[in-house]
Design a protein around this ligand. Structure first.
Ligand SMILES: Cc1cc2nc3c(=O)[nH]c(=O)nc-3n(C[C@H](O)[C@H](O)[C@H](O)COP(=O)(O)O)c2cc1C
Length: 397
């Protein structure tokens, strides 16, 4: 039977992705920084939190839809921005955009995508946001925002936790950085994974950062584009630059990579419409807190003046329910949908979204909630039970 029929959860897709991908590609997808403590803690954070169920609440029908910046989505999650998706599947950004649209959830395209933002926009209906890496040359950022606006992207996520590269030791050991260099080890690794080799490598060759192609001479290679990306890192990017980007873009802007509540407030002062509580999936500062632990203080500090999204380790519907109960408006999926994509392309990502939707619905039912609004009154209990945590509105004691 096919994986699409047999897989019952995100972990099944992760296992299948791991089998299909060469080691170097799997490590890029799955790995974190240094000792990977933050990577692990993102998951452990969920395990420490429990949902206190309420019974007999008459919740035979549940509604998990959510409104963000004027658009209603079918579920409180969307596909977050990830770069170099073309390493996992050919035309991967198109596949993810289509999977999101078919599930009626949003899709955020990375600056470092392998299909251009215009190609992704041409996939048809769907709500798409553009993720911007703050470039050294402000003119490049302005130009990307102009293209995103012209192509109908409705919000921008500015990622601020990667101004310096994280130390990802699996990648260092594999000699991997922004691109796959052909070494004897990579060739052997590829030959041992023929399904991937046929579809990705022999099909397309090294995926290029297509959004950036216009900044280099025509026909620039994947490797030249990767060098360009490295050269454009901008460690001096600051809050004033967010203010400038907001003026340029005009539409909704979210600052992604916020963990301290003071920074969440600063983001709003700089004109942001919300934040993404994120530690980049444990790929940047190892030792940063789990995002689910950082979330409640940020929700309190924002106090309803902006939207709060969160990502990091979300693999179950119950994880998503916990985040919403703690006050998040929505969750960005990183590796979960990448596992689906890397295992089975668009169909795999679509199936992951369906599994998560079903798990959110089932969790709402079992917890005794009819909607996301009910969740705000849900008791979220941290284990050991001596430390009690409550839903965002702190109404239940
Ligand atoms: C393979 C990979 C590539 C990523 N590329 C980007 C990127 O280009 N831009 C960005 O803002 N975040 C990027 N991220 C971070 C994700 O947006 C998100 O913060 C993180 O994956 C969430 O954690 P999770 O994967 O455990 O769900 C990437 C993450 C992964 C796993």
């Amino acid at each position: 039977m096919s994986l699409l029929k047999t897989a019952t959860n995100v972990a099944d897709f992760a296992a299948a992705a791991r089998r299909r991908l060469p080691r170097v590609v799997w490590d890029y997808l799955d790995g974190g920084a240094e000792d990977e403590t933050t990577l692990r803690d993102n998951r452990a954070g969920f395990e420490r939190l429990k949902i206190m169920p309420r019974v007999l609440t008459g919740n035979a029908k549940r509604d998990q839809s959510v409104e963000l910046f004027g658009t209603r989505f079918a579920s409180p999650f969307m596909i977050g921005p990830t770069g170099l998706n073309g390493l996992f599947w050919p035309d991967a950004d198109l596949a993810l955009a289509r999977a999101a649209a078919s599930a009626d959830v949003g899709f955020a395209l990375s600056t470092a995508s392998n299909n251009s933002l215009e190609e992704v926009a041409a996939t048809g209906p769907g709500t798409r946001w553009f993720q911007l890496y703050p470039w050294g040359d402000a003119a490049f950022s302005a130009r990307l925002l102009e293209r995103a606006k012209r192509s109908g992207y409705s919000a921008v996520i500015v990622t601020v936790d990667t101004l310096t590269a994280g130390k990802r030791e699996r990648d260092l050991r594999n000699g991997f950085s922004h691109e796959l260099r052909i070494t004897p080890r990579v060739v052997l690794d590829g030959l041992a994974h023929p399904a991937w080799l046929r579809s990705v490598w022999l099909g397309r060759g090294m995926p290029r950062f297509e959004n950036l192609a216009e900044f280099l001479p025509p026909g620039a290679s994947a490797s030249q584009l990767a060098d360009f990306t490295r050269s454009q890192r901008n460690p001096s990017f600051a809050w004033e630059d967010i203010e400038r980007l907001k003026r340029t873009w005009e539409g909704p802007i979210l600052v992604k990579g916020i963990l301290a509540s003071a920074d969440a407030v600063r983001a709003l002062e700089a004109g942001a419409d919300g934040v993404v509580v994120s530690n980049h999936g444990g790929r940047q500062l190892d030792g940063a807190p789990a995002t689910i632990d950082a979330l409640p203080d940020i929700v309190a500090a924002i106090g309803g003046r902006g939207r709060v999204l969160v990502d990091g380790g979300f693999r179950r519907g119950s994880d998503i329910v916990k985040a919403v109960a703690l006050g998040a408006d929505a969750v960005l999926l990183g590796r979960s949908t990448l596992y689906g994509l890397a295992a089975a392309g668009q169909a795999g990502a679509t199936r992951v979204l369906a599994i998560l939707r079903d798990e959110v619905d089932r969790t709402l039912a079992l917890a005794g909630a009819r909607s996301l609004v009910d969740l705000q009154q849900m008791q979220i209990v941290s284990s050991p039970p001596s430390q009690l945590r409550h839903g965002a509105l702190d109404r239940v004691v």
